[in-house]
Design a protein around this ligand. Structure first.
Ligand code: GLN
Length: 473
């Protein structure tokens, strides 16, 4: 078995008796033991549980009763609940907290015999683009000594990249699956908003948060999505649109109409090598007979400010529950109740989270509500309408996933500079449509470059079929 084996390769090995599920788990555990001390992608490793689970799966395979995901070994981002296992959201404020139930998405994977082998490091409360905001030290990109893996699901990306698991779950609020996938040379899928239940996902910005998948192949992402998506009695906002068998509908038929956006290719923030790689992919698609056109998206420059106003507002409300009373950390020896709240929160949250809570509180305050929050909501609607109109005319919109490749640890000290990492991913998040990042090349330092593909809401089947086509061609 290879470190980067896809699930279908594992499944074939299991069916042919080349190896057992116990062997698969041992293979990942030895990679974890060797690589995790340096890469810091996992905060917990469930070794004994995974091994005993693997014995059960091997028995099921023998009996012919194994589920769809038997042999798939998974790690989950530290914002997803897994009953009786630690959950900290990369934060000190949840010190000692354990989940009392399992997130629906995670449970559905387990029900199909996937095995959860560990908990992924991430930026605190999923706020960040480099995984440097974790209270448990940064994650390191396996492709470069001093390079970040992207964020906020950096640990989930590196766990797959470095062969610690078959696939992983991350969350994408503004790019946190797509951007690290781009930085780590993986497929990273952000489904349509509401496609996957958020029950058991610690909320950052509830009208944006989506659970997504990191994998080596589009087929694996398709399979995971079809298992975890769909109606859920625990989440009233989840969509009732039927879930297709994405993994069985991956053949790409005919040529496609594809748009790319002037405001991204001509953007000053776009690194020259990323641009070259993007442009040559466009040329290749044209040569393959697809109709590829450049279009203008005038609202592009408003996507990032809209995203940061609305997500900080939602975060300030969602994170008010961490008050020192109900969960995790409480300041020792407070003088009175008010000081207990204040100190628990000031000591428990890291600086980026604290900043966003303050910003969000400001944009929701009566003096700024109309000027910022309300206006951002209106702009969100305009971006949604403009993008949906574009997607009526084209099958796909393609853009570079991120303006740069993985940058060096500690190199972005200014918040604004860091926020620019999401420049091209927030558009799909603001609009709530599905998007994927597919590796298309490497820069001269050997760092991976991703192509982002966006399509209409609930058309993941087309997106995944096109992703497979892009990976195969
Ligand atoms: N980097 C973005 C942020 O910091 C996106 C995070 C995410 O998608 N969770 O908010």
């Amino acid at each position: 078995m290879q470190a980067n084996s896809s699930f279908s390769e594992i499944r074939t090995g299991l069916e042919n008796g080349t190896f057992s599920c116990v062997d698969v788990v041992k293979h990942y555990l030895s990679n974890i033991q060797e690589k995790n001390p340096k890469l810091n992608a996992l905060l917990s490793v469930y070794d004994e549980e995974a091994l005993s689970q693997a014995e059960i799966v091997d028995q099921k395979i023998k009996n012919g009763t194994a589920g769809k995901l038997a042999g798939m070994i998974v790690t989950i981002k530290d914002v997803l609940c897994y009953k009786d296992h630690p959950l900290q959201c990369g934060s000190k404020i949840l010190d000692g907290f354990e989940s009392q139930f399992t997130a629906t998405a995670v449970q559905r994977l387990i029900d199909e015999d996937a095995i959860i082998i560990g908990r992924n490091n991430c930026d605190e409360f999923a706020m960040g683009s480099s995984n440097e905001n974790s209270a448990f030290s940064p994650v390191i990109n396996a492709d470069g000594e001093n390079r970040v893996p992207g964020g906020s699901s950096g640990g989930s990306a590196v766990a797959v990249q470095s062969g610690m698991c078959t696939v992983s779950l991350g969350t994408d609020t503004g790019g946190s699956v797509r951007q690290p996938a781009s930085f780590c040379g993986l497929v990273g899928l952000k489904p349509t908003y509401s496609r996957v239940s958020r029950h058991g996902l610690a909320a950052y910005a509830s009208t944006f948060d989506v659970i997504g998948v990191f994998s080596h192949t589009a087929e694996d992402a398709a399979l995971v999505l079809e298992v975890m998506a769909g109606e859920d009695e625990y989440d009233s906002t989840v969509s009732r649109e039927p879930v297709l068998e994405y993994s069985k509908n991956l053949s790409q038929e005919g040529t496609k109409k594809i748009a790319y956006i002037t405001e991204t290719v001509d953007n000053d923030a776009l690194n020259a090598e990323v641009k070259d790689s993007f442009v040559s992919k466009i040329e290749q698609l044209k040569a393959q007979g697809h109709e590829v056109e450049e279009v203008s998206f005038p609202l592009m420059e408003y996507a990032l400010p809209t995203y940061y106003i609305l997500t900080t507002a939602e975060a300030s409300s969602n994170l008010s529950r961490y008050d020192g009373v109900r969960y995790g950390y409480r300041t020792p020896n407070p003088k009175n109740l008010e000081e207990m709240f204040k100190k628990s929160r000031s000591e428990g949250f890291g600086p980026e989270v604290a900043k966003r809570i303050l910003l969000g509180t400001a944009v929701l305050s009566s003096s700024y509500h109309d000027a910022y929050y309300l206006k951002a909501q209106k702009v969100r609607r305009m971006i949604q309408e403009q993008l949906n109109a574009l997607l009526e005319q084209y099958d796909f919109v393609v853009l570079p996933t991120a303006p740069t490749t993985a940058f060096e640890l500690g190199s972005k000290t200014d918040s604004m500079e860091m926020y620019l990492a999401d420049l091209f991913t927030v558009q799909a998040s603001v609009a709530g449509v599905p998007a994927v990042s597919i590796p298309i090349g490497r820069d001269s330092d050997g760092m991976s470059i991703g192509l982002q593909v966006i399509t209409r809401a609930f058309e993941e089947h087309k997106l995944l079929a096109f992703s497979k086509y892009l990976s195969d061609n």
